[in-house]
Design a protein around this ligand. Structure first.
Ligand code: ZN
Length: 357
C-alpha cells in the first residue's frame, strides 16, 4: 500500500529519532511544524469556497475604501491662493496652516456644496433642521392670503430685453472665485413655522411662501432645510470636516484641502447671504442626486423659476460652477433672471457673462 506524504515524513523522522537521544529531541519540533503544515493544507483544501468568498470580500472592501479615502490629494509646489478671500486666509492663519503648501483649486475636482449637512454624510453628522411645507403654510396663512389677493401674477414670455444690472442685489454672484463682498449686508427676515423660526433674506419670503403653497396644490410637499447659515456656522461645518479627516489619519494640510472640496469654504456660500435654500420633500430628505428624480425635485426644476428661484448647480455645468449637480439647492435671483436662465439652460456664471452689465 502506498504511503501518504504525511506517513512518509512521520516514519522518516521516527527512524532519525531512533539514532540517539539528541536526534529524538531534534525531531519533536520538526514533527510539530510538519503536522501543522499538513493540517493547514488539509483545512485549505476542505474550505476552498469559503476562502474564495473571504478573499472576494477583502477585495471589495479594498476597492470601496479607495473610494471613500481621498486618492486625489496632491500638494503642488505653486500656490494658487489668489482666488481666496481674506477670510479664508485668516481662518487658515488662525489654525496655523502652511499657506504656501495649500492648493485649493478645484478645476477638475468638484465639491458638494452642502455635503456636511446631507443625510448621507458618512460621518454621521446631524442633519440640519428641516421645516415641512405643512408647518410653514399653517403658520403663515394670513401672510400668504395677503400676498395673493387682488394681485394677478405677472406672466411674461421672455425677459431677454430686460436690463440686468450688476448692482442688482438679487444677482450677486457668490462662488469660489467671488466670495461675499465685505460690505454685504444680509437683510434677514423670519419665517414662522409650527416648529420654530427659520431665516432667509426677507425680500424673498413672499415668493418662497407662494412657491411652497403652489407646490402643495400640486401634491408636492416641500421641506426647507438650512435656509440661512452665518459665518460661524459655516466655519463650524468646515472645521468639523477637517477634524473628521484628521481623525482618519490625515495631516492638517491634507484635511484642510479636502474639507475645501467637501464643504463650501466660509465666505463663499450663498447660504450665508440668505438667498439660497436647500429644498427637499417629506418623503425624500437626503441631499443627494436621487432627489432630482423625485416628484418634488422635478416640480422644482420645472416651476421654481416662476417664483424667482433657479437650480443653482445644474448637471453638466460642474466645470463652470465647480460644484457637483445639486438638485436640492435653489438660489433666488428674481423672476426675470430665473426665466432667462431656465429658458437658455445656463448657470448663473454664464448668465453673468452674457446678460449682466
Ligand atoms: Zn445648499
Amino acid at each position: 500500500m502506498k504511503k501518504t506524504l504525511e506517513e512518509q515524513v512521520r516514519s522518516g523522522l521516527k527512524a532519525i529519532g531512533r539514532k540517539s537521544k539528541f536526534h529524538r529531541v531534534m525531531t519533536i519540533p520538526i514533527l510539530a511544524v510538519c503536522m501543522f503544515g499538513f493540517h493547514l493544507v488539509a483545512a485549505i483544501r476542505g474550505n476552498t469556497k469559503r476562502i474564495a468568498v473571504l478573499a472576494m470580500g477583502l477585495c471589495v472592501f479594498n476597492v470601496y475604501s479607495s473610494f471613500s479615502f481621498p486618492l486625489y490629494i496632491s500638494v503642488v509646489g505653486e500656490s494658487s491662493f489668489g482666488n481666496y478671500s481674506e477670510q479664508d486666509v485668516t481662518l487658515a492663519e488662525e489654525t496655523q496652516i502652511d499657506l504656501e503648501q495649500l492648493v485649493l483649486s478645484c478645476e477638475e475636482e468638484y465639491s458638494y456644496e452642502d455635503e456636511a449637512l446631507s443625510g448621507v454624510d458618512a460621518f454621521g453628522s446631524e442633519v440640519g433642521e428641516k421645516y415641512s411645507a405643512t408647518d410653514i403654510l399653517e403658520a403663515n396663512r394670513d401672510r400668504i392670503e395677503k400676498e395673493d389677493t387682488g394681485k394677478e401674477k405677472e406672466v411674461q414670455d421672455s425677459y431677454e430685453d430686460y436690463e440686468f444690472s450688476a448692482d442688482d442685489w438679487r444677482l450677486v454672484l457668490i462662488n469660489k472665485q467671488n466670495s461675499i463682498p465685505k460690505d454685504y449686508e444680509v437683510k434677514l427676515g423670519n419665517i414662522n413655522t409650527i416648529k420654530g423660526v427659520m431665516q432667509c433674506d426677507e425680500r424673498i419670503i413672499d415668493e418662497l411662501l407662494l412657491m411652497i403653497r403652489d407646490a402643495k396644490q400640486d401634491d408636492v410637499v416641500l421641506a426647507i432645510c438650512s435656509p440661512y447659515r452665518d459665518q460661524a456656522y459655516q466655519e463650524m461645518l468646515f472645521n468639523r470636516k477637517i477634524n473628521n479627516y484628521m481623525g482618519r489619519g490625515m495631516s492638517y494640510v491634507e484635511a484642510y484641502k479636502l474639507a475645501g472640496q467637501a464643504v463650501t469654504i466660509p465666505g463663499a456660500s450663498e447660504h450665508q447671504i440668505g438667498l439660497a435654500l436647500d429644498i427637499v420633500t417629506d418623503s425624500y430628505q437626503s441631499l443627494n442626486e436621487g432627489f432630482g428624480n423625485t416628484k418634488a425635485g422635478k416640480w422644482l426644476a420645472e416651476n421654481s423659476y416662476q417664483y424667482g428661484f433657479i437650480l443653482r448647480y445644474p448637471k453638466e455645468k460642474e466645470d463652470i460652477t465647480g460644484i457637483e449637480f445639486e438638485p436640492w439647492h435653489f438660489r433666488y435671483v428674481g423672476v426675470e433672471a430665473a426665466t432667462v436662465i431656465k429658458e437658455k439652460e445656463i448657470c448663473l456664471e454664464e448668465f453673468w457673462e452674457d446678460y449682466v452689465h
